[in-house]
Design a protein around this ligand. Structure first.
Ligand code: CP3
Length: 355
């Protein structure tokens, strides 16, 4: 394996000194890039892109060819795991992901098992292929959905506005939901360990829907299973720690609690104040975030001002990875993303002492 030319991102996650604040963007490969839309057109569908390691490699590298990003993220989807469980993932244009066989009965839960990782070979092959193509330029992030977020899609059968089905199960048959979450946690841990073995150098757990839970339910139904996953992860690979980032959207009120999961870093959406978040977690974890992705639809001056504000909110020293508070909008002009990345690199130097 080649030596990393730029390990700023990995150092920031471990709160080791850096020269500037590293930056990447959630959904950095995607529809806002014309070159992504062109490859997707050739592939025929989003899933075909994910399932072909050559195409997945090409689109993973696209944003890095344009921008001076400090990390690459595997091009795939969180729903590959329930698909491998036999739930039948498909996408309807304009409606997002759907499952043809969602979990709707106790019999469905009885049938659910940790999938054979051979069914996800295409993901691990993509990881190896991307590592090779990156040639040590920047680290590669592997990822998975959290056990709870996966369960939301598995039970609702797709996106949901009110999460009625999963909440009905939670309040009528919590035992069934715990069985699903336990299987998901084992599946996610195995899936991530295979990604690490194939070359992933950091891991992000997307707990996109943790924020829909009550305070008490969050600990029982999401946080507990995040902890199970993190405890089972390979701690180091190629002689380096593999840092784990937990991103609970809408989870700003649970930061102290989320530290207990064993994560190295916590992702923040844009509703949390970064100064206060840093005070609350102290030296225990690094923080990632937290610009509203819609700022990129504003003026260049608005982008500059928000970048400066967020960097100032975090303040001096390592432990901050700049990111958006959720995925980049498909309506973003790539020039605006360029502006953000350059601005982070330029303005952040003053917050890191150089000797
Ligand atoms: O960040 C990256 O660049 C890596 C790739 C990535 C995708 N999805 C590509 C994608 C990652 C990390 C994800 C994670 C994911 N997928 C999450 C968690 C993060 C989040 O956004 O909260 C969730 C909830 C999903 C499920 C999913 N996949 C949804 C809801 C959708 C539809 C969204 C939409 O905008 O239509 C997808 C499809 C998807 N995943 C696209 C991409 C680039 C759009 C595919 C296309 O139409 O070309």
């Amino acid at each position: 394996m080649s030596l990393l030319k730029n390990d700023t991102f990995l150092r920031a996650l471990l709160k080791q000194p850096v020269e500037y604040t590293p930056v990447w963007m959630m959904r950095q490969a995607g529809r806002y890039l014309p070159e992504y839309r062109a490859v997707r057109e050739r592939a025929g569908s989003f899933l075909a892109l994910c399932q072909n390691p050559e195409w997945a490699t090409e689109v993973t590298l696209q944003p890095l060819q344009r921008f001076d990003l400090d990390a690459a993220i595997l091009f795939s989807d969180i729903l590959t795991v329930p698909d491998a469980m036999g739930l039948g993932l498909y996408f309807v244009e304009g409606e997002g992901p759907k499952f043809s066989q969602p979990i709707r009965s106790e019999a469905d839960v009885d049938r659910l098992v940790v999938p054979d990782m051979a069914k996800l070979r295409y993901v691990f092959d993509a990881v190896s292929s991307i590592r090779q193509a990156l040639a040590g330029q920047v680290p590669l992030i592997g990822f998975s959905g959290s056990p709870f977020t996966l369960a939301c899609y598995m039970i609702e059968g797709g996106s949901s506005r009110d999460f009625r089905r999963i909440k009905t199960m939670m309040y009528q048959r919590p035992d069934l939901l715990h069985r699903i979450l336990s299987i998901n946690a084992q599946a996610v841990a195995r899936y991530l360990n295979e990604q690490i073995a194939a070359g992933a150098q950091a891991i992000q757990l997307f707990d996109t829907w943790g924020g829909i839970l009550s305070d008490a339910a969050f600990v029982q139904f999401s946080q507990q299973y995040l902890t199970e996953v993190i405890t089972a992860l390979t701690p180091a690979s190629e002689g380096r720690t593999v840092p784990v980032i937990v991103f609970t959207k809408g989870g700003g009120q649970w930061l102290e609690s989320l530290v207990e999961t064993g994560a190295h870093a916590l992702g923040l959406d844009w509703t949390t104040n970064l100064t206060q978040a840093r005070q609350r977690v102290g030296s225990q974890v690094a923080l990632q975030g937290n610009m509203d992705p819609m700022v990129l639809l504003g003026t260049p001056d608005a982008i500059d001002a928000e970048v400066r504000r967020i960097l100032a909110d975090y303040g001096t020293g390592s432990g901050h990875v700049f990111n958006l508070g959720h995925g980049i909008s498909q309506f973003t002009d790539p020039e605006q993303a360029q502006r953000l990345i350059d601005q982070v690199h330029q303005c952040s130097k003053q917050y890191h002492q150089s000797f």
